[in-house]
Design a protein around this ligand. Structure first.
Ligand code: ZN
Ligand code: ZN
Length: 353
């Protein structure tokens, strides 16, 4: 069953005649197209139409599967797309801009009813095919290699930005892209959950939060480790043990059928019981795929049910303002009876000079 066919079923279930897919990541997922101007219509009856402009005709010929009808490309997509629309047409309301919607509505004739219908393609994307999991695993493995390379070079005496920039350059040298700008945050900077690397030198005896992912062949990875640059003291070691214990417990709760809220609660409860409940201010994890943040979510408010084929991060953290932070993040793929951990780096407390 192709992705287009699976989507057609969802479109029918939503009682739509068609879905207009305008988000480029979703277009890529469905059709294979990697250009920067493309869209598609997926009919409840299984009709699949792909649109791009004349600049991308050759690329579309190479990339887009034969199951997609490809009308002759013109300069303007909207009139062409609207000409193929009929009945109740869902659009991706989380992604389509207000301006784009206004243009569609102006061009759409009588008998076309545009209705918000977000997240249908995202639902499919959350359930990875075996081949997609292999690609994510390859991205994760490459990131592991870059971590090892960066640690060999040492941390103390370099600025956070130096380390982050060197990793970015290394990622590109190896034929990939960063899936987000790497985070290298030592000492008090590491206590900010969304810290950015600063022009500050990493000193001895700090905790350094190091969060990095690569995008390889379109698929992302995401991994965090926290290293000590020399003996960081008793509390830092205790917090490290706590975060690791909570992370392992949450991994133990990962299974098809559990909700994102349930798995989040396992780690959150342990951290709260140790007295650090106010210092774990973000969700436990998120899905990863063509984008580094996608569904399902592991968080206090998440009703998402985990299913075989999901690829999610498990990343509890404790952040002590003005002092230090610890986060440990693995990337795992859900299987029938458990999960496969795609992150290969050790999580033992590690001192790096
Ligand atoms: Zn991360
Ligand atoms: Zn993450």
């Amino acid at each position: 069953v192709t992705r287009g066919e699976r989507l057609a079923k969802l479109v029918a279930e939503r009682e739509l005649d068609m879905l207009f897919v305008s988000d480029l990541v979703n277009v890529r997922y469905l059709t294979g197209f990697t250009g920067t101007n493309g869209a598609c219509l997926v009919g409840a009856d299984g009709g699949l139409i792909f649109f791009t402009d004349f600049r991308y005709t050759e690329r579309a010929e190479r990339e887009v599967g034969p199951e997609w009808e490809r009308p002759e490309a013109e300069r303007e997509l909207i009139p062409q797309i609207v000409a193929k629309m009929r009945g109740r047409v869902g659009f991706e309301d989380a992604k389509l801009s207000v301006r784009q919607l206004a243009r569609l509505e102006a061009a759409a004739g009588e008998g076309i009813d545009l209705v918000p219908a977000g997240d249908l393609v995202e639902q499919l994307r959350a359930m990875k095919e075996p081949e997609e999991i292999e690609r994510i695993a390859a991205a994760a493995e490459l990131a592991d290699d870059i971590y090892r390379w960066a640690l060999e070079g040492g941390l103390v005496g370099k600025t956070e930005r130096d380390v982050a920039r060197a990793c970015e350059a290394r990622i590109r040298e190896l034929g990939a892209e960063p899936s987000f700008p790497p985070i290298v945050a030592g000492g008090a900077n590491g206590a900010l959950p969304h810290a950015e690397p600063e022009e500050r030198e990493i000193g001895p005896g700090e905790m350094v939060v190091f969060d990095m992912g690569v995008q390889l062949d379109g698929y992302c990875s995401d991994c965090t480790r926290t290293f000590a640059t020399g003996e960081p003291g008793d509390e830092a070691r205790e917090v490290y043990d706590l975060v690791l214990t909570a992370q392992l417990a949450a991994l133990g709760a990962i299974r098809a059928g559990a909700t994102g809220q349930e798995v989040d609660a396992v780690a959150r409860k342990m951290i709260a019981e140790a007295g650090y409940g106010d210092h774990f201010g973000h969700g436990l994890g998120h899905g990863v795929g063509l984008e580094v943040h996608e569904g399902p979510r592991l968080a206090t408010t998440s009703e998402d049910e985990l299913r075989e084929g999901n690829v999610v991060t498990v990343e509890p953290g404790v952040y002590l303002p003005g002092r230090f932070g610890v986060r440990i993040e693995d990337l795992v793929g859900l299987t029938v009876d458990g999960y496969r951990n795609l992150s290969g780096l050790s999580k033992d407390f590690q001192i790096v000079d």
